[in-house]
Design a binder for this molecule. Structure first.
Ligand SMILES: Cc1cc2nc3c(=O)[nH]c(=O)nc-3n(C[C@H](O)[C@H](O)[C@H](O)COP(=O)(O)OP(=O)(O)OC[C@H]3O[C@@H](n4cnc5c(N)ncnc54)[C@H](O)[C@@H]3O)c2cc1C
Length: 229
């Protein structure tokens, strides 16, 4: 279904990412983890995950890595009240009440569906215990929603940062998310459900890493942010 949404505001998230909030029609429902096709002008259409949670009724939000593309320039030029077109929601990168032992493995802006899932769990109070977020970024400044995620009130939840440059970030691993880091951080590998989200190269590398650790393919769900290197 196609709808018009009205632009409300932009919120800076990191030096290279921003959230864009739009009016939420009363009948627009979605499941945390889904995305929409967001058209900001002629020929300017991208799939973007809904980065806030369904329980947030005041607006819908998309968080975009800012690349200087024509699409980003158009987003930046939006004026309050201006209308854009969206289609959806769609996508099956979601969790159900039956899913336990969740490990989220995220590269950069791939955090958007995971943030929605985690915020929804806080809002509804329905959360499995002992979830882990392994979150890879370039450096400390690049970690979208860092403070908010670190402060999430979820039973036994842990966030572990993996940074190419970990300067100023106590407790972070240095480098990319690797099988060695996964093995160190994740207890009971075979019993876990992995949700992997990020650019294609990262999702592929993590998938291969999980396979090398003997994780069954059926215990890995992926959200590939096609369009990034
Ligand atoms: C399910 C899904 C959810 C996503 N959620 C987010 C999100 O929450 N936040 C976010 O920042 N990005 C998200 N993306 C990626 C987003 O849709 C864009 O592809 C990406 O942001 C690049 O757009 P750009 O405007 O920066 O660059 P552009 O210049 O528009 O694109 C960069 C290059 O990638 C190619 N390309 C662009 N989009 C696609 C595509 N969908 N498939 C294949 N090639 C493509 C272009 O032709 C160009 O060569 C998501 C992608 C998918 C598939």
């Amino acid at each position: 279904m196609e709808r018009d949404l009205s632009f409300i505001e932009r919120v800076e998230v990191t030096p290279t990412a921003a959230s864009f909030r739009f009016s939420r029609p009363r009948d627009l429902d979605f499941v945390a983890g889904q995305y929409m096709l967001v058209e900001v002008g002629p020929g300017l259409i991208h799939p973007l995950s809904l980065s806030d949670c369904p329980a947030e009724r005041g607006f819908v939000e998309f968080t975009k890595r800012m690349t200087g593309s024509a699409y980003c320039e158009r987003l930046l030029a939006l004026k309050s009240g201006e209308r854009i077109k969206v289609r959806g929601p769609q996508g099956s990168f979601v969790v159900s009440d039956r899913d336990g032992g969740l490990v989220f493995i995220v590269g950069g802006i791939g955090i958007t569906p995971i943030r929605s899932i985690l915020k929804e769990m806080v809002a509804t109070g329905a959360a499995p215990t002992g979830m882990l977020l392994l979150y890879g970024n370039r450096d400390r400044e690049d970690i979208a929603f860092a403070d908010e995620l670190a402060a999430l009130s979820l039973p036994g939840f842990r966030m572990v940062n993996v940074l190419e440059d970990p300067a100023g970030m106590a407790g972070a691993w240095q480098g990319f998310i690797s099988p060695e880091i996964i093995r160190e951080e994740v207890a009971d590998l075979p019993g876990r459900l992995f949700m992997v989200s990020g650019p294609p190269v990262m999702v592929k590398a993590v998938g291969a890493g999980l396979a090398s650790l003997g994780v069954d393919e059926g215990r890995v769900r992926t959200d590939v942010f096609a369009g990034y290197e």
